[in-house]
Design a protein around this ligand. Structure first.
Ligand SMILES: Cc1ncc(COP(=O)(O)O)c(C=O)c1O
Length: 374
């Protein structure tokens, strides 16, 4: 068959769904007068921080910079260690390295696929300064146990919320728990821009001020660098687009949850592991990730779906600690679950614009695959 016709995600569909609002937002930026920071960025920062249930939002270039600047604002760098996971986008680890600190990687929980607090505990040393909890695939990490661990050891908690806009832990949104929380608005995220964009969110006014300085050359006032900084400003065009899309985020997350519920129902009798939602959390299904019993089955199912025009994908085929750039650089704990996930996970198409009919094609293709196998 030809090119896949059912994509894993489809950010263009989101544009088409809200075209007139988005075109108007773009026009209002073009009309100016400010093309750097300014009212569009300020309005989105305020709206997004309120959405998260936090106090300050600072728009930056992308989600990787958001983590890097969060670490800098906490004065974490050379000689310090930061614990996170290997089962994540490489960006989480890259950002720690950008700060000069050493990433130390912990295994993940076999149900939520998020950082396992019990695996973190033995990795803590006198040099550990922070834990970065990635809310992977849209399922919140165990923030209660992580906060307890951080309190006990005097560590900072950073939430990497790049995949979990709108997810909730108890009655609070993720991003409202950490000392600092970071978001990516990469186009395929639950809240996605039309290019790179990111944000740091915090309830701490001093940390917010520090991030504001760091994202713009360390300026205290224009042309006066109080501290060393970078250029990582959120683009007003992206901010205006994100302000519009934020108004639709809860609805589009609900659609993701409806589609996930259908997959869970329709695939329940097949020999695959379906995603689990732990009690007390609100999952926003950035990705719908199933697991097969072994790598051969996963690779064959992936090939079968792709051949049928269904673009499934693997997040992530190679854990960060096994990638050539990082293999020699990282201290890790045991990686049993992480490495098993890399062999067996498969992300099925799931995005708000997926229709029930398209989803039925995916479901039928998966059922046909298992019918054809002993
Ligand atoms: C978990 C995670 N952290 C960080 C990032 C980095 O975000 P960005 O691509 O905006 O730099 C991403 C997305 O790519 C991500 O999925």
């Amino acid at each position: 068959m030809g090119d896949p016709s059912i994509p894993t995600s489809d950010p263009r569909a989101d544009y088409l769904a809200h075209r007139s609002e988005l075109d108007a937002a773009i026009r209002s930026v073009l009309e100016g007068p400010t093309y750097i920071l300014g009212e569009h960025v300020a309005r989105f920062e305020e709206a997004f921080a309120a959405f998260v249930g936090s106090s300050h939002g600072i728009g930056v270039n992308n989600g990787t910079d958001a983590i890097h600047l969060a670490l800098r604002a906490l004065r974490i760098g050379h000689g310090d260690e930061v614990i996170t996971v290997s089962h994540t986008a490489v960006a989480t680890v890259a950002a720690i390295r950008m700060s000069g600190a050493e990433p130390v990687l912990a295994d993940v929980d076999p149900l939520s696929y998020n950082i396992d607090p019990e695996a973190v505990r033995p990795l803590i040393t006198g040099r550990t300064k922070a834990i970065i909890a990635v809310h992977l695939y849209g399922h919140p990490a165990d923030l209660t146990r992580l906060a307890t661990l951080c309190d006990a050891h005097g560590l900072r908690l950073i939430e990497d919320c790049a995949q979990a806009h709108g997810a909730m832990h108890g009655d609070r949104r993720v991003g409202s728990f950490g000392d600092l929380s970071t978001f990516s608005f990469y186009p395929t995220k639950n809240l996605g821009a039309i290019g790179d964009a990111g944000m740091v969110v915090t309830k701490d006014a001093d940390l917010a001020l520090a991030i504001r300085r760091l994202r713009q050359y360390g300026w205290d006032t224009p042309q006066y660098s109080l501290v060393e900084g970078w250029n990582s400003r959120l683009d007003p065009l992206q901010a205006a687009i994100l302000t519009v899309k934020l108004r639709h985020l809860d609805r589009s997350n609900e659609r993701r949850r409806e589609l996930a519920a259908r997959y869970l129902r329709e695939l329940a009798d097949l020999p695959i592991l379906l995603p689990v939602t732990l009690p007390g959390v609100h999952h926003v299904y950035h990705l719908f990730v199933v697991r097969t019993r072994d790598q051969g089955t996963r690779d064959a199912l992936l090939a079968h779906l792709n051949a049928g025009g269904i673009k499934a994908a693997v997040h992530y085929p190679t854990p960060v600690h096994l990638q050539p750039a990082y293999r020699e650089l990282l201290r890790t704990g045991p990686m049993t679950v992480t490495e098993e996930l890399a062999r067996t996970v498969l992300s099925l198409p799931l995005q708000p614009a997926l229709t029930d009919q398209e989803q039925d094609l995916v479901i039928n293709a998966i059922r046909a695959f298992f019918r054809s196998r002993p």
